[in-house]
Design a protein around this ligand. Structure first.
Ligand SMILES: Nc1ncnc2c1ncn2[C@@H]1O[C@H](COP(=O)(O)OP(=O)(O)O)[C@@H](O)[C@H]1O
Ligand SMILES: [Mg+2]
Length: 361
């Protein structure tokens, strides 16, 4: 506290302010810059007895001193000439069709939610992202490992091993030798919100600081929040969600890494839910969580099957008839962009195969 006070006094002296304004501030003996900024111009005028013009200058100078985050114009963002922390890039999914659909992949930085019913392919897609993030930036990755936080099931290590073997086939010999795919995925099993918060606050930042990690996956947020709070504790739950979301955003922005949060679905109980055009399943955790995420992708299972190896889009649901499952047929799944700052609302289809998630043209 004493150090803070000394810092404040020293920084106050450094401000390029008229000595008259400085003297008035010192006379009032403000505790910190935040005390000055939290007062209205009128209050500040009354306490310092400075005229309105001087108060305006004081507020402007202190604000400039406090706000050090880089900013950029829309043109600088567009040309990519802004500060590195403001630049936007994409993490490729490892499938050209899905990358095309997502206009490059998963937006970085920011929180992308992958919601969907059970067995929709959420975990498969996340695991594939954990592999593609390790590739160099020229190859669509972010040249780093991933943290995978499991809150639902045990991490499917066997399946990851199978994905790694197939993923390596796509790489050239040098890249294949350089990438230690299995060694760069840090897996954590958590069952309580407090453990998750501790992990995000203390353990992940350590890995991020060493640049070992370039992707954070929480599979899933819903599992923890749905069981720890009863329906009557919505406000309490919203508050915890908000603080979790803010921490994830901070890490994402500070270290320029994408954060993927898996979410479950819940039945749509709104007044229009009987309307067949309305969504029957909606992502869980309500509006409080929806407001914290940047992109929402919804995965689902369709009633259609595809012969293994086919690369065509299934017929539109309203035109198609359901096919019977054959031995070499794989279920077709859908990926819908519910909202995203850079994508229109659209749906594409994909299948999950031994080699991973593959989009259909
Ligand atoms: N080795 C595999 N080969 C083909 N399909 C697989 C394989 N492993 C999992 N799948 C498919 O992925 C589905 C599970 O997807 P998953 O991502 O775990 O679901 P969730 O959305 O619940 O996380 C399974 O139902 C299966 O169809
Ligand atoms: Mg899963």
């Amino acid at each position: 506290m004493i150090t803070d006070r000394r810092n404040y006094d020293a920084e106050m002296d450094d401000l390029e302010l008229n000595p008259r304004i400085l003297a008035a501030c010192k006379k009032v003996n403000f505790a910190s810059f935040s005390t000055i900024l939290s007062l209205s111009s009128a209050d500040l005028g009354r306490r310092t007895k400075l005229p309105a013009n001087d108060v305006r200058t004081l507020l402007h100078t202190v604000s400039e001193k406090v706000y050090t985050n880089p900013s950029a114009t829309a043109l600088e963002l567009y040309h990519g000439t802004c500060h590195q922390s403001l630049r936007v890039s994409c993490l490729r999914t490892g499938c050209e069709v899905l990358d095309g659909f997502l206009r490059g992949g998963i937006l970085t930085p920011g929180i992308t939610e992958i919601a969907g019913e059970s067995a929709a392919g959420k975990t498969q897609l996340c695991m594939q992202l954990c592999l593609s993030v390790q590739r160099s930036t020229e190859n669509g990755g972010l040249a780093g490992g991933a943290v995978y936080i499991c809150t639902e099931d045990v991490f499917p290590s066997k399946r990851l091993h199978q994905l790694i073997q197939n993923f390596q086939k796509k790489l050239d010999a040098t890249e294949c030798r350089q990438l230690k795919l299995g060694d760069n995925i840090f897996i954590e099993h958590l069952s309580e919100i407090d453990q998750l918060v501790h992990c995000i606050q203390y353990r992940i930042p350590l890995l991020l600081k060493q640049s070992q990690v370039k992707l954070i996956v929480v599979d899933s947020v819903a599992a923890l929040f749905r069981c720890e709070f009863s329906p009557g504790e919505a406000a309490k739950r919203a508050k915890r969600l908000q603080s979790l979301g803010a921490q994830l955003h901070r890490l994402s922005r500070l270290h320029h890494v994408p954060v993927i949060c898996v979410n479950q679905v819940t039945a749509n109980m709104s007044s229009g839910s009987l309307n067949p055009n309305q969504r029957q399943l909606i992502p869980a955790l309500g509006l409080a969580w929806s407001n914290l995420i940047q992109t929402r992708l919804m995965l689902g299972r369709t009633a259609y099957k595809l012969s293994s190896g086919d690369a065509v889009c299934p017929p539109r649901p309203e035109d198609a008839t359901q096919t019977q499952a054959g031995t070499d047929e794989v279920p077709v799944r859908s990926m819908e962009v519910v909202f995203a700052p850079h994508l229109p609302n659209d749906t594409c289809y994909f299948v999950v195969e031994a080699a991973g998630v593959r989009g259909l043209r």
